[in-house]
Every structure is written in C-alpha cells, then in structure tokens.
Design a protein around this ligand. Structure first.
Ligand code: ADP
Ligand code: TRP
Length: 376
C-alpha cells in the first residue's frame, strides 16, 4: 500500500491553517483531500471512455475534441485531466476477446492520434488500477439496491423484457446492474471535481455523488470528493450517412481513421434528396453541409454556402467538396493512428506509464477508506 500521511503534509501545515482558519485540529482522515487541494489548486477533470467499437466522427466531435480542449494548454492552468479506457465496463457487453483486445488498443490509439498528450493527461486503462476494484467493493456496502434499480440502462433492459413478456431480468448480468458503482469508483478514486460526459451519463455521476455522500456521512469525514458532471450543451449531434444521429448501433458511421478510399466511398453514400444540379439548395438543412461545417474554415463555409444557394452544384459535387475537407483534416490523424497501431508495445507502454502515475493517487484514496472503515 502506498503510504499517505503527515510527511506529505507537514510543510503545508501553515498554509492549511491559514486557508482553513476555523479548523484548528484536522482529522487525519481528511488531510489527504485538503492537502491535495492546497498543493494543487487545479481542478481535476476525469472521464472514462468505453472501448466498445471503432471510433467515428460523432465520437470525435461529441466527446474526444471537447475533452481534449479541456486538457489543452489554455485550460491546463485550470485543470488536471485524467482520462482512461473503461475496459472492464466494456466486458459487460463484449465477451469475445478477439473483439475486445483490439478495440481497447484502437480506442487508446485514437485518443492519442487525436492529440491527447500523455505527458499532460494521466491516460491509463481502468483494468491497470486494481484499487478501482477494491473501492468498488467498499462502495457496494454503501449503495442501496433501490438506487441501482433506478439506473436507466437497467430500467430499459427490464422494460424491454417486460414488453416481450420475458423474465424482467433476462440477459441482465451483475456487471450491467452494478455498472454505476464501478463508475463511481472510477470517479471517486481520483478526487475528480468535474466529469465531462454526455447527457446519458449524468445520472451515473449523480449516483456517484449519492454514494460518496453516504460514505462521508457514515464516517463523519470528507473522505470522498463530491464530483460534478460537466455537460457540453453546445456540442452538435453529428449526423450519420442516413441523416439520423451517427451511431454504431445505426450502422451509419464514418470511421475516424478510415483509409482514404473507404472514406470517399462512405461520403458518396450519404443519402440526399432528389433536387437536380441546377436547383438552388439550402445549406442549413443539408447534412452534407452540416458535416462540411465541422471540418472547413469559416471562409470555406461561406463560399460553399453561397454556391449551394446559387444553384448549379449537384449533390455529387457537394460530396466531393466534403470529402476534400474531411480527408485534408483527418489525414494527419490517420497517419499518427497508423503509426501508433503499428507499435502495440509502444502503445501499451504509454498506458502503463499512465497507470504508474495514477496508482499512487488511487492507493491514497483506498488507504484513507480502509482506515476509516476499520479494516486497517
Ligand atoms: P455510439 O452511439 O456510436 O455507440 P457511444 O455511445 O459509444 O457512441 O458514444 C461515445 C461518446 O461519443 C459519447 O460521449 C457520445 O455522446 C459521443 N457521440 C456518439 N455519437 C455522437 C454523435 N453522432 N454526435 C455527437 N456525439 C456523439
Ligand atoms: N459509462 C461511461 C460511458 O458509457 C464510461 C465511463 C466509465 C465513465 N467510467 C467512467 C465516464 C467514469 C466518466 C467517468 O460512456
């Protein structure tokens, strides 16, 4: 167990006293959290990425890009980012090792290729942090079954089964049922202030808050930081090839690292209406233009929008223009991705170094709780 305690804190005692003048005697259990806040005034942003499939353009604009902006140079004075691959969460649905193993690497390489700097962001695999699973066991004792009954993924499964007149719990494994507890452990282990997630994950962050409060209340100490979900309201929903939201489950995706030829073929498959070449077209209602806007510079957007409105440009040409900018912007990412994927040992080493940085933080949290619980 990695030690924590007074030697970490003693140089800061004066600062602590100045900062919290009303507290003259610190409960040793709360020291690590307070010391962290004082030594490191930055806020901690943490998020997990479930490796359940190949990354697509929707994932890039909806999740990867905003998370990397949070960890960018401009924001790094404010935030410490901790991003991880939630591989044990993926196990709930992915039982084929031949599928899970490459997906974990592809998703990790995808984030690195998209610009994640492992020197600045602590980037690791959930499975490399055994403390996660110890904390999960502790949290289980503070999580009411009723809370899990209300989790939306479980409720949806029960509803589907009921509609089919099947057993309500058919096909539900305990990994799915207790999914929010493992997620709470991921978050609480690293003292996260903010958890950038999509709207569908807000309920899980709220459950992490409830569980953390139950622990703190029981031990009458602020052992766990209460995390806040941070949702990016302005993130656009990226349309897929058929105009619906781009999603693996709809089979309408443009993979982020598709080779040039495949990329072109997919873009040519985008569904359009029957407007002829000469007809003026409304760029704002065209999903081809919506995708174009994600990749093109402002001047390019204005120029192409004018051509849409003038008429004389068919959907084929609009798709060619889209392909040109998408390929231009994604080519460097694809090259980095291919390089990373060609060196699996190098990729694993990056994740391993991330885990080495993460484990002492995780160990401090578990040590704090073991002591509070009377286990140590
Ligand atoms: P999928 O729908 O393909 O299964 P996931 O549910 O694994 O994708 O999503 C992973 C992340 O990417 C989530 O944060 C989600 O909000 C984001 N995301 C997925 N598809 C889109 C999209 N079409 N537009 C914007 N964001 C998306
Ligand atoms: N449940 C999240 C998803 O499906 C992934 C995840 C696992 C996560 N652990 C997390 C997200 C911790 C934020 C924090 O997308």
């Amino acid at each position: 167990m990695i030690p924590y305690g007074h030697h970490v804190l003693s140089p800061f005692t004066d600062t602590v006293n100045a900062f919290y003048p009303k507290i003259d005697k610190f409960d040793t259990l709360t020291l690590p959290l307070i010391s962290h806040t004082l030594i490191n005034m930055k806020k901690i942003a943490l998020t997990g990425i479930k490796p359940t499939g190949i990354l697509h353009i929707g994932n890039y604009f909806g999740a990867i890009k905003p998370a990397l902006e949070l960890a960018s140079d401009q924001s790094s004075a404010e935030y410490d980012a901790r991003y991880f691959i939630a591989d044990y969460h993926a196990l709930n649905t992915m039982k084929d090792p031949k599928e899970l193993a490459p997906t974990i690497r592809q998703v990790a390489a995808g984030w690195l290729a998209a610009g994640l700097d492992p020197e600045k962001v602590i980037f690791y695999r959930q499975s490399a942090i055994p403390e996660t699973f110890e904390l999960t066991t502790i949290l289980m004792a503070f999580t009411s079954k009723g809370l899990m009954n209300r989790a939306h993924a479980y409720k949806a499964a029960v509803q589907e089964n009921t509609e089919r007149q099947d057993d309500p719990d058919a096909g539900v494994n305990m990994g799915l049922f207790t999914y929010p507890v493992l997620m709470a452990a991921d978050i609480l282990l690293f003292d996260a202030h903010y958890v950038p997630v999509g709207k569908d994950q807000v309920q899980h962050v709220e459950m992490a808050q409830d569980i953390a409060q139950a622990v703190n209340f029981n031990y009458k100490a602020e052992l766990l930081r209460i995390p806040q979900a941070s949702i990016q309201e302005q993130v656009a929903v990226v349309p897929g090839l058929d105009g619906r939201k781009m999603s693996k489950s709809y089979g309408n995706v443009i993979p982020l690292f598709a080779p040039e030829k495949e990329l072109r073929k997919l873009i040519m498959r985008i569904v359009t209406n029957s407007q002829g070449v000469e007809e003026p077209k409304d760029p704002e209602t065209s999903q081809i233009f919506l995708l174009y806007k994600l990749f093109a510079a402002a001047e390019e957007q204005a120029a192409l929008a004018a051509r849409y409105r003038e008429g004389g440009m068919g959907w084929g040409e609009a798709k060619e223009e889209l392909f040109r900018v998408v390929n231009r912007e994604l080519s460097p990412l694809r090259a980095r991705y291919d390089e990373l994927m060609a060196d699996p040992a190098g990729l694993d080493a990056i994740l391993e170094r991330g885990a080495e940085k993460a484990r002492p933080i995780a160990a401090a949290t578990v040590a704090r709780l073991r002591k509070a619980a009377g286990i140590d």
